[in-house]
Design a protein. Structure first.
Length: 195
């Protein structure tokens, strides 16, 4: 059963690689970015709140997305594994994922079984230098991608998300991949790394 979390700054290629690996393993690619963009497009109450943060280049607060992620992981297609892309973004969200994974399905799981479920999680960290990221994001030409917004997003990422790298490193769940390679090369590295 493949349970993967993709970490990495904006523009590192998380979405592309998560899609490819999801296809390869036949598991859903769950992107909080897609969930948020859909909510924004539909102008749902959550989407309108999220848009305010996204427009400033800030991360959307935890509470706005925790319930969506939990609901998504309970859907039928996610029962044999999944790839989370863009979530968790901080240690609080990582604790949430850990609690979600260890929540008993039938109320009878032993502590060992819960530990095994948590240990089945693998965290991929795509590393790409900031200069490369800025250039990649500017070339995408998205409306909200200007140099100032991108620089702010990277700063926010480094402040809030990088502690996750330590969190998962301590749990021996982290694998770091050099994302500054061709798309195919990164995919091949990932296939070799995933156990």
């Amino acid at each position: 059963m493949v349970k993967l979390i993709f970490l990495g700054p904006p523009g590192a290629g998380k979405g592309t690689q998560a899609s490819r690996i999801a296809d390869f393993y036949q598991v859903p690619h769950i992107s909080t970015g897609d969930i948020l963009r859909n909510n924004v497009a539909q102008k749902s109450p959550l989407g309108l709140q999220a848009k305010e943060y996204m427009d400033k280049g800030e991360l959307v607060p935890d509470q706005l997305i925790l319930d969506m992620v939990e609901e998504r992981l309970k859907q039928n297609d996610a029962q044999n594994g999944w790839i989370l892309d863009g979530f968790p973004r901080n240690v609080t969200q990582a604790d949430f994922v850990e609690k979600l994974l260890s929540a008993s399905k039938n109320g009878n799981d032993t502590r060992e079984e819960k530990a095994e479920i948590i240990n089945s999680l693998m965290v991929i960290n795509l590393q790409v230098p900031d200069k490369v990221l800025v250039s990649r994001l500017l070339s995408r030409g998205r409306q909200d991608d200007n140099e100032e917004t991108i620089t702010n997003r990277l700063k926010v990422y480094h402040q809030q998300t990088e502690p996750l790298i330590e969190f998962y490193k301590e749990r021996q769940q982290l694998v770091t991949i050099d994302g500054n390679n061709s798309v195919d090369a990164v995919t091949n590295y990932l296939k070799q790394a995933i156990r």
